[in-house]
Design a protein around this ligand. Structure first.
Ligand code: MD3
Ligand code: FE
Length: 202
């Protein structure tokens, strides 16, 4: 029998329609023009991530040899991160009502062979607010388990327009992206996937 989803996990398939996805994509393009995608590396080892990243909002998540942390400036340009688009702030109000507005929006870009190993998101000072995730482009095979690395996991396909809300017990659940399913979306001309995660940090 399949394990239950962790408490507080909400999977909202096809929450954003095609027009909304296209609008969001244009907003992300303009953010990335000002705050280019960078390739983070693992703390200590310096091993590069296969995912490239950027951010918008007052705080942005970065990783380099010194560790994972939130910074108010882009690691390469030194500029403040662009603001979070109003469309994403409106989405947050809909799916995370009552929580103060997000301070960070991490933009993850996955090429055809990119993946993200099983991890917890615990670089924030507070875990009271959910994390809200938006997927754009090719479908990804997403895995989520429990709060211990060895807990059983279950898998979901995250398709373009899907939204996931990670609140309650699921906020500290281990999760990762096993792989993309190539050719599943026409949203991005050259394929690949963009994931946006909205977070409260302080
Ligand atoms: C479960 N991103 O940026 S989104 C990340 O598709 C991250 O790029 C993945 O994991 C991606 O940290 C997964 C779904 C997601 C996001 C945040 C979570 C699941 C989560 C935080 C806690 C638990
Ligand atoms: Fe994560």
């Amino acid at each position: 029998m399949a394990m239950a989803a962790p408490d507080g996990f909400r999977y909202l398939p096809d929450f954003i329609d095609r027009t909304g996805q296209q609008l969001l994509l244009e907003e992300i393009r303009s953010i990335v023009a000002a705050a280019p995608l960078f390739q983070p590396v693992m703390p200590r080892t310096g091993k590069p991530f296969s995912v490239r990243m950027s951010n918008c909002g007052p705080l942005g998540w970065v990783s380099d040899r010194d560790g994972y942390r939130y910074e108010n400036c882009h690691p390469e340009t030194g500029a403040l991160w662009p603001g979070i688009p109003g469309t994403l702030l409106e989405l947050w109000k809909k799916v995370a009502p009552g929580h103060p507005e997000p301070e960070a929006c991490l933009i993850n870009y996955y090429g055809p062979g990119s993946k993200m190993g099983l991890h917890q998101d615990r670089d924030e000072q507070t875990f009271g607010a959910p994390v809200v995730s938006v997927s754009l482009g090719d479908t990804a095979l997403f895995r989520i388990g429990g709060t211990k690395r060895t807990d059983p996991t279950r898998s979901f396909r995250l398709a373009s327009g899907d939204v996931v809300v990670l609140g309650g017990d699921s906020r500290l659940a281990y999760h990762g992206i096993d792989r993309l399913v190539a050719g599943t979306s026409t949203l991005l001309k050259n394929g690949g996937r963009i994931n946006l995660t909205l977070r409260r940090v302080t």
